[in-house]
Design a protein around this ligand. Structure first.
Ligand SMILES: O=C(O)[C@@H](CO)OP(=O)(O)O
Length: 248
């Protein structure tokens, strides 16, 4: 049996990435640069002969648009699409809309890193009815217990069971699956695939707009290469370093 290929794609640069703001579930647009990254991602898929059979996205326009532009560039816009909130970015609680450098200056490096990269400490919850809360957002109306903040562990708990039920089954059926999502939802998935410890995952940052390809030998979905393969490794290394440096 041939196991399929998994392609992870973090959205291109968003308006709030450019402004250095905590974003989470706030539904911001891509910048022109982000649109260009998305197009380049599609071109990289073509150059490397990667042809997605199905797309999974979050419910957020920065991931949806990135996938749309990339698949258009790859002439694969017609493939089936599944959208689910469980691929969403980590809900950033009361930090949503706040500037990363200002939060770091106000609360100090340790608290900033704890909120940003600790595995199991969420930021304070967002208050209902405030500007960047999602309590009246129709796309989450069906959730009885929508999060008001999340740590990475919360993302693992919502995303990995969903991955096992859906994306993993498509991979075991031999499909090439494109997952268009977010820095922290993809960190949760990479942690699971690569078996990264709760402590070490703090060091992993995912760059915007560069396809990361995982291949598997067996249907236990152990990666053939730990860490997968970025289709533009130099740009990926520079992009990941830039994410790590946010707030400086
Ligand atoms: O603001 C966010 O939602 C995320 C991704 O952009 O930021 P960070 O990398 O700080 O977790």
């Amino acid at each position: 049996m041939t196991i399929g290929t998994l392609v992870l794609l973090r959205h291109g640069e968003s308006e709030w990435n450019a402004l250095n703001l905590f974003t989470g579930w706030v539904d911001v647009h891509l910048t022109e640069k982000g649109m260009g990254e998305a197009k380049r991602a599609g071109e990289l898929l073509v150059e490397h002969g990667v042809t997605p059979d199905i797309l999974y996205t979050s419910l957020l326009r920065r991931a949806i648009t990135t996938a749309h532009v990339a698949l258009d560039a790859a002439d694969r816009l017609w493939i089936p699409v599944v959208r689910d909130w469980r691929l969403n970015e980590r809900h950033y609680g009361a930090l949503q809309g706040k500037n990363k450098a200002q939060v770091k200056a106000e609360y100090g490096d340790d608290q900033f890193m704890m909120w940003r990269r600790s595995y199991d400490t969420p930021p304070p919850p967002i208050e209902s009815g405030t500007e960047y809360s999602q309590d009246s957002d129709p796309r989450y109306a069906h959730l009885s217990d929508a999060p008001l903040t999340e740590c990475l562990l919360d993302v693992v708990k919502r995303f990995i069971p969903y991955f096992e039920e859906t994306i993993a089954k498509d991979l075991k059926a031999g499909k090439t699956v494109l997952v268009a999502a977010h820095g922290n939802s993809l960190r949760a998935l990479v942690k699971h695939l690569d078996g990264i410890s709760d402590a070490d995952i703090a060091q992993l940052n995912i760059p915007t707009g560069i396809p990361l390809v995982y291949e598997f030998d067996n249907d236990d979905l152990t990666p053939r290469k730990i860490g997968g393969t970025y289709l533009d490794p130099d740009a990926a290394a520079a992009g990941a370093a830039a994410v790590a440096a946010q707030g400086k």
